[in-house]
Design a binder for this molecule. Structure first.
Ligand code: PBG
Length: 326
C-alpha cells in the first residue's frame, strides 16, 4: 500500500467537471485585442502571406472586421496604418486625412460598441522605416517626441478610445499626456508599450506594415532581450509619466517579464503576442505538426497565467469562436 498522505494530484483531474472547478486560469474574449491593418483604397482585402488569417484592408472592409470583433465579444481592436506615401519625418502619421484617422472614423461610425485603440509610432510612415526622426543614421529622441504627441492627438481627434505608443523614445508618455490634456483629450487613456524588446519575432508584422528599417535595426531604442531589471525601470518611467496601462512585448518569449511587471505594479498589464510568435505556431499547424486550436489556447493561457490583463493577439477571433463553442 502506498502512503495515503502522498499528494494525489490525479484525484481532481478525473472528470472534465472536476478539472473545470479547480481551474486557476480562465481567459475570456473580453481581454483580447485584435490588431487590424488598414490601407488606402476601396473594397480591398489583401491577405498577409506571413500571417495566415490576417488581411490588410481598406477602410470600408475594415468595418466588417470591426463588426465581427463586436459580435465575438472582443475587448477591442488596435489599428495600424499603411500610408499611400511616406516621407522623411513620417507626416502621414498625424495627417487629419491619414489612413489610420480614416480607419478610426470608419470604425467609430459603423461600430458604436467597438473599442478602438491605435498604435502611435512613425515607422510605418517614414521612408527609412525607423520609429523616429533620423539624423546621420541615428534616431533623434527629443525631436521625435513632438511628432508622436501630434500623432496621438490626431488619433484622439478622429475618435480613438485609447492610444498606444510603441516607439520606445524616452519621455514620450509625458509628451503625449501633456498634448492630449492641452487639446481637450484629458479623458483619453495612454497604454504604453513600456517594455518593448528588439525582437526577431516582429518579422511578419514588418511585412504586413511595410516597416522594415531600410538601414540598421531598432537596437538603439528597443530593449536588449537579455535584460529584465531594465524592463522594470522602463515601466516605472512610464508609470511616473502618466501611463494608464503598460505593455510587455513580445509575450511568449518574455513571460518572466510579464510576471515581474504584474507583481511590481498595480496598473493594468497588457502583453503583445506578436506576429512571429503567431506565425511560427501557424506554420507548424499548416504542416500538420501542431494542433492549432490546442496550441493557441495553451499559448494564450500561459500569457494570462503570467499575469497579463489584456492580450493583443492575431488569434483573437479564432479564440473567441472556440470559447463560444466551449
Ligand atoms: C511599431 C510596431 C511594431 C509592432 C507593433 N508596433 C513593429 C516594430 O517595432 O518593428 C510589432 C507587432 C508584431 O510583431 O506583431 N513600432
Amino acid at each position: 500500500m502506498p502512503d495515503p498522505t502522498f499528494f494525489r494530484g490525479r484525484r481532481l483531474r478525473r472528470t472534465s467537471g472536476l478539472r473545470s472547478l479547480v481551474r486557476e486560469t480562465r481567459l475570456d474574449p473580453g481581454r483580447l485585442i485584435l490588431p487590424l491593418f488598414v490601407e488606402e483604397g476601396e473594397g480591398l482585402r489583401r491577405p498577409v502571406p506571413s500571417l495566415p488569417g490576417v488581411d490588410r484592408t481598406s477602410p470600408d472592409e475594415l468595418v466588417r472586421d470591426g463588426e465581427e470583433a463586436v459580435e465575438l465579444g472582443l475587448g477591442g481592436v488596435i489599428l495600424f496604418g499603411i500610408p499611400g506615401s511616406k516621407d522623411e519625418v513620417g507626416s502621414g502619421a498625424w495627417a487629419d486625412d491619414g489612413i489610420v484617422q480614416k480607419g478610426i472614423r470608419a470604425l467609430r461610425a459603423a461600430c458604436p460598441n467597438l473599442t478602438v485603440i491605435t498604435d502611435v509610432c512613425l515607422c510605418e510612415y517614414t521612408d527609412h522605416g525607423h520609429c523616429g526622426v533620423l539624423e546621420e543614421g541615428e534616431v533623434q529622441n527629443d525631436p521625435t517626441l513632438e511628432l508622436l504627441a501630434r500623432t496621438a492627438v490626431s488619433h484622439a481627434r478622429a475618435g480613438a478610445h485609447m492610444v498606444a505608443p510603441s516607439d520606445m523614445m524616452d519621455g514620450r508618455i509625458a509628451s503625449i499626456r501633456e498634448a492630449l490634456d492641452t487639446e481637450g483629450f484629458g479623458h483619453t487613456p495612454v497604454m504604453s508599450y513600456a517594455a518593448k524588446y528588439a525582437s526577431a519575432f516582429y518579422g511578419p508584422f514588418r511585412d504586413a506594415a511595410d516597416s522594415t528599417p531600410a538601414q540598421g535595426d531598432r537596437r538603439g531604442y528597443q530593449m536588449d532581450p537579455t535584460n529584465s531589471r531594465e524592463a522594470l525601470r522602463e515601466v516605472q518611467a512610464d508609470v511616473d509619466q502618466g501611463a494608464d496601462a503598460v505593455m510587455v512585448k513580445p509575450a511568449l518569449a518574455y513571460l518572466d517579464i510579464i510576471h515581474q511587471v504584474r507583481a511590481r505594479f498595480d496598473l493594468p498589464v497588457a502583453a503583445y503576442h506578436v506576429s512571429g510568435e503567431y506565425a511560427a505556431i501557424m506554420a507548424g499547424a499548416q504542416k500538420g505538426w501542431l494542433d492549432e486550436a490546442a496550441a493557441m489556447t495553451e499559448a494564450l493561457l500561459s500569457i494570462r497565467r503570467a499575469g497579463a490583463d489584456m492580450i493583443l493577439t492575431y488569434w483573437a477571433r479564432q479564440y473567441a469562436r472556440l470559447h463560444r463553442e466551449g
